[in-house]
Design a protein around this ligand. Structure first.
Ligand SMILES: *[C@@H]1O[C@H](CO)[C@@H](O)[C@H](O)[C@H]1NC(C)=O
Ligand SMILES: *[C@@H]1O[C@H](CO)[C@@H](O)[C@H](O)[C@H]1NC(C)=O
Length: 616
C-alpha cells in the first residue's frame, strides 16, 4: 500500500528547496566535463520533479473538541444540534465510525493522541484517581522523553502551532522552566491555555448547570486534606502525650501538614485566578481568562497562522484545540440562546462556526486540496452533569469510563481531497493513536524505534481499502486499570470486545450517580468480571447481548485469544513513574504562572472586528 502514496522526500533544511537552488545544480553540472554533464542532466530529469514536489507536501489541520459526544454531531445522527461545517468535512472526506480514544479523560487521552502510545506506558494513566492534571502549579505533565507527531513534522520542516487547550502540564522545578510546555513538544507557536477550561473559570459559577454545580461542590468538599492533617496532628499530640515522639517531630509534621492544607485550600478557593490562565508562547497574556471570547480569539489566531504560512510558502501543522464543549459553558454572546440545546448546544454551534471560518480560510488560500484535516473529540460526553454535558448517542457510558463505548468512541472525520474520496466511511476499529504513524507514513518519516508504538498507519483504510483494522487488539484503559479489550480477527467481519470490568451505573442509565461526578476506575464504581463479558460490537454495537458459551460456539476460542494477548501485553509493560501520584498532584506556589506579579491579573486586548461572527 505504501507504494501507492507518492514518495515525498524529507527536506533536511527547513522549507522546500527553491527553483534557484535547483537550477544552480544544473549550471554546475553542465559547465563540467561533458560526459558528466550529460549524466547530470539524466539524473536531474529524474530528480527535479521530486524536488519540486517538496512544495506538494500536504499540510495538516487538527480540530480537537472537548467532552463532545458522538451523539452531538449532525453527521453522526443528531438532527437538532446544527453542525453544518463539521458535517461538510464528512461529506468531503471520510467518516470514522469506530474511532477510539485511548482514555476517557482529557489529559491521558490527549497525551496518547500526540504520542501514538498508551498513557500507561509513560505514567500519564494515573492509579484510579486523580486521573488528570488539575492544578497549573503542580509539577506533573507529559514526560520529556516522549516524542510527539508535531515534533516529527517540525523536524521535517513544518511550521507547527497549537491554538487552544493543552492540559499536559507546564512547569517542573520553577515557574519559568516550562518543562511540559507545548513549545517543548514540537509546537513552534502556542496560543491558548495550558490547563483546562473548568467550572471554576466561570466567574459566576452557574454555567455548569445545577447538576454540574452540585458535582463541583461535591468534589471540593470531598477533598478533605484538612481532615487528614488534623487527624495526623491530633495523633502526634497523643503520641507526644504518651512520650513516643518528641516535640520536634510534632512541630515538623504539623508545619508541613498545615502548610500543605493552607496552600491547597488557597488554590482550590482561587481556582479561577490560578488555573484559568492564557499564554502566548512563554508569556501569560490573560489571567483569569475570559472564556466567552476565547473561541473567536482562537479563530482569529488560526486564520492568521494560515495566512502567514501561505505568504511564506511554508508547510504547516495546526492543531486547534477547543475548550468547547467543556464546562464552564460560556460561548461568545452572539451564540447564546441560539441553539435548541441550551448553553451546551450554543457552545457546540460556536465551535462549528469557528471550524467553518478555518475551513473557509483554507479554501480562500487555495490550500484545501492538499490539507489533511482531522476532527475529533478527546473523550465522550459527560453524562453525569446532565444538561451541561452532551450526548453519546446510542452508546453506553460516559466520560471517565475508559472501557465504555460512550466514553471512547469519538465522532471523527478526515478530509484530504488528494487521497480520500468524498463520502468514505471507515467502520473498522481505528484509534487516535494512529495519527502519529499515519503522519509518519505521509511524511515518509521513520517512527521512533526505541519504544513501543500503539498506533498503526490507517492511510490504507482512509483511502478506501477494504481490509480489517490494522489493530488485532486494542487495550481500553481506565486510569492504569485494563477495563476492556477489542479483538479483530484477520478473517471474517466481527470485532469482539471483552469487558474485564463493568460500571455500576445508576439504574436505568449508563452513568454513575450525579453525586459521584464520574465513575472512577475501581470498586465501588466498577465490578470486576471473571471471566470477562464478551460482546460482538460489530453486530451489537450498543453491547446489549453478552455472548455466552451456550449462545456462541466461538466464545471459548475468542476469549482464549484475548486472554493470551492480555498476558503478553502486560509482560511488555514496564514500570514508570506515575505523573499523577499524590505528591506531584499538589500545587506548589513557586510553580504558579502569574502575570503582573503579585496581582496575577491581566487582560489581552483583541480586536475581533476582522471576524464576521454570526450564529445560524
Ligand atoms: C482540487 O482538486 C479537484 C479534484 O481533484 C480539482 O478539480 C480542483 O481543480 C482542485 N483545486 C485546486 C485549487 O487545485
Ligand atoms: C442532539 O444533541 C443534544 C445535545 O447533546 C441531545 O440532547 C439530543 O438528544 C441529540 N439528538 C439526537 C437525535 O441524538
Amino acid at each position: 500500500m505504501a507504494a501507492q502514496f507518492r514518495h515525498i522526500p524529507a527536506a533536511k533544511h527547513h522549507g522546500p528547496r527553491t527553483d534557484e537552488e535547483s537550477l544552480s545544480w544544473v549550471r554546475e553540472g553542465v559547465s563540467g566535463n561533458k560526459m558528466a554533464g550529460v549524466l547530470w542532466m539524466v539524473v536531474l530529469s529524474a530528480v527535479l520533479p521530486m524536488i519540486s514536489r517538496a512544495d506538494d507536501r500536504p499540510n495538516f489541520v487538527f480540530f480537537v473538541a472537548d467532552d463532545l459526544g458522538i451523539g452531538d454531531v449532525g453527521c453522526f445522527g443528531n438532527d437538532t444540534l446544527r453542525t453544518p461545517n463539521i458535517d461538510r468535512i464528512a461529506a468531503n472526506g471520510a467518516k470514522l465510525t469506530q474511532h477510539l480514544a485511548a482514555a476517557a479523560v482529557c489529559t491521558p487521552s490527549r497525551s496518547a493522541f500526540l504520542t501514538g502510545r498508551l498513557p500507561v506506558r509513560f505514567g500519564m494513566a494515573g492509579t484510579d484517581r486523580p486521573l488528570a492534571y488539575i492544578f497549573l502549579a503542580a509539577p506533573s505533565g507529559l514526560p520529556r522523553s516522549e516524542v510527539t507527531f508535531p515534533q516529527m513534522a517540525k523536524d521535517h520542516g513544518y511550521q507547527t502551532a497549537l491554538i487552544g487547550k493543552w492540559h499536559l502540564g507546564l512547569n517542573c522545578k520553577w515557574v519559568g522552566d516550562h518543562c511540559h510546555h507545548p513549545n517543548k513538544f514540537g509546537f513552534d507557536y502556542f496560543y491558548g491555555f495550558p490547563g483546562s477550561n473548568a467550572p471554576e473559570c466561570d466567574p459566576d459559577n452557574v454555567t455548569a448547570g445545577a447538576t454540574g454545580k452540585f458535582a463541583a461542590d461535591r468534589i471540593y468538599t470531598r477533598f478533605r486534606v484538612w481532615e487528614v492533617a488534623l487527624s495526623v496532628f491530633l495523633g502526634l499530640l497523643a503520641l507526644k502525650y504518651f512520650r513516643y515522639v518528641q516535640w520536634k517531630t510534632v512541630i515538623v509534621f504539623s508545619v508541613v501538614g498545615w502548610s500543605t492544607v493552607i496552600c491547597t485550600y488557597a488554590f482550590w478557593a482561587n481556582g479561577r485566578q490560578f488555573n484559568c490562565v492564557m499564554m502566548r508562547d512563554d508569556d501569560v497574556i490573560e489571567q483569569p481568562y475570559d472564556v466567552s471570547t476565547m473561541t473567536p480569539r482562537m479563530t482569529l489566531e488560526a486564520t492568521r497562522f494560515l495566512e502567514e504560512r501561505k505568504a511564506k510558502k511554508e508547510p504547516f501543522l495546526l492543531e486547534v484545540s477547543y475548550w468547547n464543549a467543556h464546562t464552564a459553558l460560556l460561548p461568545y454572546k452572539e451564540f447564546r440562546g441560539k441553539s435548541r440545546h441550551g448553553l451546551y448546544g450554543d457552545t457546540v454551534e460556536e465551535m462549528d462556526w469557528s471550524i467553518g471560518v478555518v475551513m473557509a480560510t483554507l479554501e480562500r488560500l487555495g490550500l484545501t486540496n492538499n490539507t489533511f484535516v482531522y476532527f475529533t473529540s478527546d473523550n465522550g460526553a459527560h453524562m453525569e452533569i446532565g444538561d451541561a454535558g452532551g450526548w453519546n448517542g446510542k452508546y453506553k457510558g460516559s466520560k471517565g469510563q475508559g472501557g465504555s463505548e460512550g466514553g471512547i468512541r469519538m465522532p471523527t472525520l478526515v478530509q484530504w481531497p488528494r487521497k480520500i474520496k468524498p463520502g468514505t466511511v471507515v467502520t473498522e476499529a481505528t484509534s487516535q493513536m494512529d495519527i502519529f504513524p499515519t503522519l509518519a507514513e505521509i511524511l515518509k518519516a521513520p517512527l521512533p524505534q526505541d519504544r513501543v508504538m500503539d498506533g498503526r498507519n490507517i492511510l490504507p483504510l482512509l483511502g478506501g481499502a477494504k481490509k480489517p483494522s490494522p489493530h488485532d487488539f486494542l487495550f481500553h484503559y481506565c486510569g492504569d486499570r485494563l477495563h476492556a479489550v477489542r479483538y479483530r480477527p484477520r478473517k471474517g467481519k466481527v470485532t469482539w470486545k471483552a469487558h474485564y470490568a463493568s460500571y455500576n451505573w445508576e439504574p436505568g442509565t449508563t452513568r454513575c450517580g450525579v453525586d459521584r461526578l464520574v465513575c472512577f476506575c475501581d470498586v465501588p464504581f466498577v465490578t470486576w468480571n471473571d471471566p470477562p463479558l464478551l460482546y460482538d460490537v460489530t453486530n451489537d454495537p450498543t453491547e446489549d447481548r453478552p455472548i455466552s458459551a451456550d449462545s456462541n460456539p466461538k466464545y471459548r476460542e475468542v476469549l482464549d485469544v484475548i486472554m493470551k494477548a492480555v498476558a503478553e501485553h502486560r509482560q511488555n509493560l514496564t514500570e514508570v513513574p506515575n505523573q499523577f501520584r499524590i505528591p506531584l498532584f499538589f500545587p506548589r506556589p513557586w510553580l504558579q504562572p502569574c502575570c503582573n506579579f503579585p496581582y496575577c491579573n491581566c487582560q489581552e486586548k483583541v480586536d475581533l472586528s476582522p471576524l464576521k461572527i454570526t450564529a445560524q
